[in-house]
Design a protein around this ligand. Structure first.
Ligand code: BGC
Length: 736
C-alpha cells in the first residue's frame, strides 16, 4: 500500500506537478539535492540556452513562450526550477530586439555617469530600479554588472563600465548588482576578464602577467563579487593569455572558483564558446545564446563527451549545481517571477534615473563663476546635438528604448544588425527643461550644422551653450578622441562670437578639447539617460550643485595613453583590391605594458599631465578639509562647506604602496560623499581597503600588505592632495 502511494507520487512528479525544493540548507546544498533528482536530459537542458533573433524568425526548437530579449533557458516545472529569462540590463531593461516600439523601459544614464557619482547608494538604487522593472516584465536573469577596467580612453564600452580604478569600479558595480538582486532575481558580473577593447574582441589575445592581472582587472571583479554576490559571472569574448576567456581554466577554475570560492555559475557571452570538452573542463557552466556559436557545444556534443567519459559526470552535476545555487541564493527559486506582466511605476523610476544623472554630471571648468546661469541672463542660445528634443544614448546590447520614445534615430545598418546599429536620442529635451526652469528668459535653439549661423545666433545672447556629442557603441572603439562632425570648429566659432560660451558634453568617455582656453564653462553630462535634459538643466541653473567626479582620466592628447590607438585598427581597415573590408579579421595580440598601473596610475608613472585627472570635478561651492586623524586603518577628518551654497563633495583617500621602490603611483583606497549646507562641518571617517595597496605574491599565493606605513593623502582628485600623512594598513586581507 505504502509502496503504491509512493509510486503514485513519483509518477505525479514525473508528469509535471511541481515539487518544491527543500527549503533548508545552504543554497549549494539545496541545489545539489535538486540535481540528485534530475534526469540527464534535464541537466543538459540547463547548460545551454537560446538567443532571440532580432528578426523574430524562430529557429527550430526555440521556446514558444520566448519574450524577445537576450536569452532563455527552459525551466523544469516538476522540480519547481524556473525558466531563466535573460535580458541585458546595465542601463535599464534593454529591449531593442523586440520590434514592438511600445516595449519601453526606464533608461538610466550610462554606467560611467553612475560611477562619476562616487555614490554606491545611487548605484544600488539604480540596480534595484532595473531589477524591479525586469521582474515586472518577467525577466529573472539580468546581464548587468559591467566592471571591466577602462584601460584606453577610446574604448567603445567605456560608457557601460565603471571607470579605471578597481576599488571604485568594483564597489559601484557590486552595489548595482546587489540592487538588482534585491528583487530576488539574478545579476551577472561581466565580462570576465581583461576585455578592455572592442576592436577585434572576437579574435584578440589579451596578454597580462598574473601579478598585474590580480592587482587590477581581477581585483575589480573580486571587489564587485564580494560586494554584490552576483548569481552568475559572464566570461568574455577575448582570449586571455592564450586561451579564450570561456575556456580558460586558469581564470575560471583556478582563480574564480578555487581561489575565490565563487559558488555561482559561469555563463558565456553570446557567441563566445568555441569548444565542448575544453570549455566544460575549464569551468564554463552554461553556453548562452547558442545560435551565435558555431555549434550547440553544450547540447548533443556534451552528451557524447559525457557518455564517452571525456567529461566526467561530476562536472555536469557541478555545472547544474552552480546554476541552481545562483538561482536559490538570490531568492529566485523561492520567490518566482510573476506569471503575467505587472504594472511599473514609471514616474518613480524616472526619478531614480534623474537622480543618477544629476549626481553623475561633472563640472570640468567654470572660469569667472560663469555657471550657474545668472538670474540676469535674459537671452540664451542652445546650439547643437539635438538639444531641442533629447539627449544621446550609447549603442549596443545595453541600449534601452526609453519611456517617452526616440525623437531622433540615425540607422546605421539593416537586417539583423539594425537593432544594435542606430544612433538614438532619448526624449528629454534640455531646451524644454531650461525654458521651464527659467521662464523669464528667452531661450532659442539652433542646430549647429552651420557654424557661422550658430555664431551669429550666439553673438547677441547673454549666454551660448553648445551641446557636443560623441557616440560610442559596443563592438567598436572610437578611432580618435576628437569630437566628430566638425564640432570643434562649431565650438571655436561660437566662442569667438561670444566669450560667454559654455559647452555641455554628451560623450561616452574623454574627448580632446582644443578650444578649452576659450570656453569658460564645461560640463560632462555623459549619456545622461531619459531624464538627462532635466538633470543638465538642474546643474546649469544651480538647482543641483554639481558633485560628480571623473571616474577616468581625460588625457591632454591620445599619445599620453598607454597605447596611441586601439590595437588591431589597422587590421580592421585592410581592404581588398575591390575596396571591401578583408575578412575574417585575423587574430592578434594586445599587450598591456602599463600592467596594474591602469588609468591615473599610468599618467602619474609617466609624469604626464592630463587634461583632467581621475577624481576631478568642480562645485558651485567650496570645501575645506582639516584635522586628519589616522588610527587602525581608518582615516578621519573634517569637511566644511566654506562657500555660499549647499552641495555635496567627494573627498578621496589615496595611498602609495610603501614597500615598492616607486611610491609615486597612488591608489584610491577609500572615499566618502558628504552633503553640507553653507558653513556646515562634518567629521567623516573612511575605511581603507588594504588590497588596493597590497602586492600579489605569486610564489606565496597570497596578498602581501606593506609592513611599513604607507604614504597617504586626502585629496580632491588623484593629483590634488590636501592633507597628507602615513598609514599602517590593516593586516593582509583574506586569502587570496
Ligand atoms: C555582449 C554582452 C551581452 C550579450 C547579450 C554581447 O554581445 O557582449 O554584454 O550581455 O551580448 O546581449
Amino acid at each position: 500500500m505504502r509502496a503504491s502511494r509512493l509510486l503514485t507520487l513519483l509518477l505525479a512528479g514525473a508528469a509535471g506537478a511541481a515539487i518544491a525544493a527543500p527549503q533548508t540548507g545552504t543554497p549549494s546544498d539545496r541545489a545539489a539535492a535538486l540535481v540528485a533528482r534530475m534526469t540527464q536530459a534535464e541537466k543538459l537542458q540547463m547548460v545551454h540556452g537560446w538567443w532571440y533573433p532580432p528578426t523574430g524568425i524562430a529557429s527550430p526548437g526555440m521556446p514558444g513562450d520566448f519574450i524577445p530579449s537576450a536569452g532563455q533557458i527552459d525551466g523544469i516545472p516538476r522540480l519547481g526550477i524556473p525558466t531563466l529569462r535573460e535580458t541585458d540590463a546595465s542601463l535599464g531593461v534593454a529591449n531593442q530586439v523586440n520590434e514592438r516600439k511600445d516595449d519601453v523601459a526606464t533608461a538610466l544614464p550610462a554606467a560611467i555617469a553612475t560611477a562619476a557619482s562616487f555614490d554606491p547608494d545611487v548605484a544600488r538604487a539604480s540596480g534595484a530600479m532595473i531589477g524591479a522593472e525586469a521582474r515586472a516584465k518577467r525577466f529573472n536573469v539580468l546581464l548587468a554588472g559591467g566592471v571591466n577596467l577602462t584601460r584606453d580612453p577610446w574604448g567603445g564600452r567605456n560608457f557601460e563600465y565603471m571607470g579605471e580604478d578597481p576599488l571604485l569600479a568594483g564597489t559601484m558595480a557590486g552595489a548595482a548588482i546587489a540592487g538588482v538582486q534585491s528583487n530576488h532575481i539574478v545579476s551577472t558580473v561581466k565580462h570576465f576578464v581583461l576585455n578592455a577593447q572592442e576592436t577585434g574582441r572576437m579574435v584578440l589575445n589579451a596578454r597580462l602577467g598574473e601579478v598585474p592581472l590580480r592587482e587590477s582587472d581581477l581585483l575589480a571583479f573580486r571587489i564587485a563579487i564580494d560586494a554584490g554576490k552576483p548569481g552568475s559571472v559572464m566570461c568574455a569574448y577575448i582570449r586571455v593569455n592564450g586561451d579564450y576567456a570561456c575556456e580558460n581554466r586558469h581564470i575560471l577554475t583556478d582563480i574564480l572558483k578555487t581561489d575565490w570560492h565563487y559558488p555561482g555559475w559561469v555563463m558565456s557571452d553570446w557567441g563566445a564558446v568555441h569548444s565542448t570538452e575544453k570549455a566544460a573542463l575549464a569551468g564554463l557552466d552554461q553556453q548562452s545564446g547558442q545560435q551565435l556559436d558555431a555549434r550547440v557545444f553544450f547540447g548533443a556534443p556534451l552528451a557524447d563527451a559525457l557518455a564517452a567519459g571525456r567529461v566526467p559526470q561530476a562536472r555536469l552535476d557541478d555545472m547544474v549545481t552552480r546554476i541552481l545555487t545562483g538561482v536559490i541564493a538570490t531568492g529566485l527559486m523561492d520567490d518566482p517571477t510573476p506569471a503575467t506582466v505587472q504594472p511599473i511605476d514609471d514616474a518613480a523610476h524616472a526619478a531614480v534615473a534623474e537622480r543618477a544623472a544629476r549626481e553623475g554630471i561633472v563640472l570640468l571648468r567654470n572660469e569667472g563663476a560663469m555657471l550657474p546661469i545668472a538670474a540676469s541672463a535674459r537671452h540664451i542660445v542652445l546650439i547643437g546635438a539635438h538639444a531641442d528634443v533629447g539627449v544621446l544614448s550609447g549603442g549596443g546590447s545595453s541600449q534601452v528604448r526609453s519611456v517617452g520614445g526616440v525623437p531622433v534615430e540615425i540607422p546605421l545598418a539593416s537586417g539583423e544588425a539594425a537593432s544594435f546599429a542606430r544612433i538614438t536620442w532619448h526624449d528629454s529635451s534640455p531646451l524644454a527643461a531650461l525654458r521651464a526652469a527659467l521662464p523669464g528668459a528667452r531661450i532659442d535653439y539652433v542646430d549647429g550644422r552651420d557654424p557661422a549661423a550658430a555664431a551669429s545666433a550666439a553673438a547677441s545672447a547673454d549666454l551660448a551653450i553648445v551641446f557636443a556629442w560623441q557616440w560610442q557603441t559596443e563592438s567598436e572603439d572610437a578611432e580618435t578622441l576628437a569630437l566628430p562632425d566638425r564640432q570643434d570648429a562649431l565650438i571655436e566659432a561660437v566662442a569667438a562670437a561670444n566669450p560667454r560660451t559654455a559647452v555641455v558634453l554628451e560623450t561616452g568617455g574623454p574627448v580632446l578639447m582644443p578650444w578649452l582656453q576659450r570656453v569658460p564653462a564645461i560640463i560632462e553630462a555623459w549619456y545622461p539617460g531619459q531624464r538627462g535634459g532635466d538633470a543638465i538643466a538642474a546643474v546649469l541653473t544651480g538647482t543641483a550643485n554639481p558633485s560628480g567626479r571623473l571616474p577616468i582620466t581625460f588625457p591632454a592628447a591620445a599619445a599620453q595613453a598607454p597605447r596611441p590607438v586601439a590595437i588591431g585598427l589597422d587590421l580592421l581597415h585592410r581592404r581588398d583590391a575591390a575596396g571591401n573590408a578583408k575578412s575574417p579579421l585575423p587574430g592578434f595580440t594586445v599587450d598591456y605594458p602599463e600592467g596594474a598601473n591602469v588609468g591615473y596610475r599610468w599618467y602619474q608613472k609617466t609624469g604626464a599631465t592630463p587634461l583632467f585627472p581621475f577624481g576631478y570635478g568642480l562645485s558651485y561651492t567650496a570645501f575645506r578639509y582639516a584635522g586628519l586623524k589616522i588610527a587602525d586603518g581608518k582615516i578621519g577628518f573634517t569637511v566644511t562647506n566654506i562657500g555660499a551654497r549647499a552641495g555635496s563633495d567627494v573627498p578621496q583617500v589615496y595611498v602609495s604602496a610603501a614597500d615598492e621602490t616607486d611610491v609615486t603611483t597612488r591608489r584610491l583606497a577609500g572615499w566618502t560623499r558628504v552633503t553640507l549646507a553653507p558653513g556646515e562641518s562634518q567629521a567623516v571617517s573612511v575605511t581603507l581597503d588594504p588590497r588596493v595597496a597590497a602586492r600579489w605574491d605569486a610564489d606565496g599565493h597570497r596578498w602581501v600588505v606593506p609592513r611599513r606605513p604607507s604614504p597617504l593623502m586626502v585629496g580632491r582628485s588623484a593629483t590634488n592632495p590636501v592633507l597628507t600623512g602615513a598609514v599602517r594598513l590593516p593586516a593582509a586581507p583574506p586569502l587570496p
